[in-house]
Design a protein around this ligand. Structure first.
Ligand code: AMP
Ligand code: MG
Length: 511
């Protein structure tokens, strides 16, 4: 394909520059390609009634030519020129949803070339609401075929910059009207069957159709991973919307999804291969490993729809091999979001519970008498171990009257071993510390007994010796010279290394 200069024209939809529209419309009438904003995504426009223009569209996108184009119109009367046997419900649907993010499929008339319909006898038609799109369609003669203006397979463009990334040098012009509103392609409704059938979910949902014309069908292949069933819209069969990295959807309840992704991100960081994470405003704070991108807020899923493709594209500039995404409820616009995410992932998904069940404990709390020396030392030693799972590691005391810094000799001996207790402040053990995801390890038998007598039988409270099966006594250095703290550190160091091995092997046992 020859390189051509792609003109870029900024255009304001609130104050449309007619000269620019004239220029772009003339290009389309000459059979050339112009990308333009619509409310869904940017479209790659061509004259829908010229066979040769359709051929150029497929070439620029690298799109398989059995994947038909959607014809965009600006006036409802024009539908009759390109479609025949239009069913009566069409008027009601158009009255409610046109102009807007709805594509309807009808039997095509003879004026529509097979190049445009990918060889089908049906034609897909949409009337966009974006004023730039409408003005351009009229200037081009009324019928503009416009698939998404991306390279086939990549995420659809929601800004003119995305179009430029993919198609610069391959098309004649890009109209830059800023960021689109919806961010996902139109809902496709097949009007050639009764009741009509949704072939691609979008911003107009099944529930919305139902209110207007009664129940509609949904193409069953849409959310299933069964790739032997061909979807009814030819384009839906291709891997689509895909970032360069492998994308995996983590499924479960939100709490499990967060725990699972945290674990995966932690392990990946440990191996020096950080992962990408698709999170939401509500969940971003829970991730402290990996490259985290906020896709929008769960309170308003429209924000998620709007950001999905740009977030997928942003990951192409990051050095990650794999991206993990939280999942979203399949209702309202969520149906379309999950459909695009599933396609971007090539249907790769993992159940969060599989990962979460490997985590017997998520916290380790050491308990000593006053939480000033042996407990904090043990905690700090464990924090320095190479653990396969990220634990919240704490220490508590049985008798702590008020918060105090660590014992000075304990701190001195830890410093000599390149560690520190400088941030430590002692805390009293209480009922909050005994949740079922917490492994409670006491330094002596006496603290264990105290906890059990106060809180009843617990199956997650052990002495450190008991838990690791090593009865080396942990000496109490309190009131003794620094050397006693040194001996204590030596013993603890050996025991905590065993503890780390034991914790790591717990994860393996579960697998
Ligand atoms: P895009 O324009 O990139 O959003 O892709 C157009 C989508 O509409 C593809 O998934 C096509 O397969 C689908 N489509 C277009 N025309 C028809 C048609 N006549 N029958 C079924 N699906 C169609
Ligand atoms: Mg597309």
């Amino acid at each position: 394909m020859n390189f051509m200069e792609t003109k870029i024209r900024k255009i304001d939809k609130n104050q449309i520059d007619e000269k620019i529209i004239e220029e772009a419309g003339a290009l389309l009438r000459e059979g050339k390609l112009v990308a333009f904003p619509t409310e869904t995504v940017y479209g790659l426009g061509a004259d829908a009634l010229q066979e040769e223009a359709a051929r150029k569209t497929y070439e620029a996108k690298g799109r398989p030519s059995d994947n038909p184009l959607i014809v965009h119109i600006a006036d409802y009367e024009d539908l009759k020129k390109i479609a025949v046997n239009i069913p009566p419900e069409t008027d009601m649907l158009a009255a409610h949803f046109w102009p807007g993010p709805l594509t309807m499929i009808f039997e095509k008339s003879d004026v529509v070339p097979y190049g445009t319909t990918g060889g089908l006898d049906t034609v897909a038609v949409r009337m966009p609401v974006d004023p730039v799109a409408q003005a351009l369609i009229r200037a081009a003669g009324g019928f503009v075929s416009a698939p998404s203006a991306n390279t086939s397979g990549r995420p659809s463009p929601t800004t003119a910059q995305h179009v430029e990334e993919d198609l610069s040098g391959k098309i004649d012009m890009i109209l830059d009207g800023g960021t689109v509103d919806i961010g996902l392609e139109s809902t496709i409704l097949d009007m050639t069957v009764s009741p009509p059938m949704i072939l691609r979910p979008g911003a107009i949902t099944a529930e919305m159709f139902e209110k207007v014309i009664g129940p509609v069908d949904v193409d069953k292949t849409l959310l299933s991973e069964d790739s032997t069933q061909a979807p009814k819209a030819p384009g839906m069969k291709y891997r689509h919307y895909a970032p360069k990295a492998k994308l995996i959807i983590v499924e479960g309840d939100l709490r499990e999804e967060i725990l699972a992704i945290r674990q995966i991100a932690y392990e990946a960081d440990r191996k020096g291969q950080p992962i990408g994470i698709i999170a939401t405003s509500e969940t971003v704070p829970f991730y402290n490993h990996g490259i985290v991108k906020n896709i929008g807020t769960r309170e308003n899923e429209k924000t998620i729809a709007r950001n999905l493709y740009s977030v997928l594209r942003e990951f192409d500039d990051e050095n990650v091999d794999t991206i993990y995404s939280e999942s979203f409820a399949v209702q309202g616009i969520g149906t379309a979001i999950m459909n695009r995410l599933e396609k971007a992932a090539g249907h790769l998904r993992i159940p969060a519970s599989e990962i979460v069940k490997l985590q017997k404990y998520r916290k380790v709390t050491f308990v000593s008498g006053t939480d000033s020396a042996r407990g904090p030392m043990a905690a700090e030693l464990l924090r320095h171990c190479d653990l396969k799972q990220e634990y919240v590691i704490n220490s508590r005391g049985i008798v702590v009257l008020f918060p105090e810094p660590a014992n000075q000799k304990a701190e001195a001996i830890m410093k000599s071993a390149q560690m520190t207790l400088a941030d430590h402040s002692s805390l009293q053990f209480d009922g909050e510390d005994i949740q079922e995801d917490t492994l409670v390890l006491t330094i002596d038998e006496s603290q264990k007994e105290k906890i059990l007598s106060e809180y009843g039988e617990q199956d997650n409270v052990f002495t450190l010796n008991e838990f690791i099966g090593d009865d080396t006594e942990i000496p109490d250095p309190y009131g003794k010279p620094l050397t006693a703290y040194g001996e204590c550190l030596e013993v603890l160091d050996k025991l905590i290394k065993k503890l780390a091995d034991k914790l790591n092997s717990l994860m393996e046992e579960e697998k």
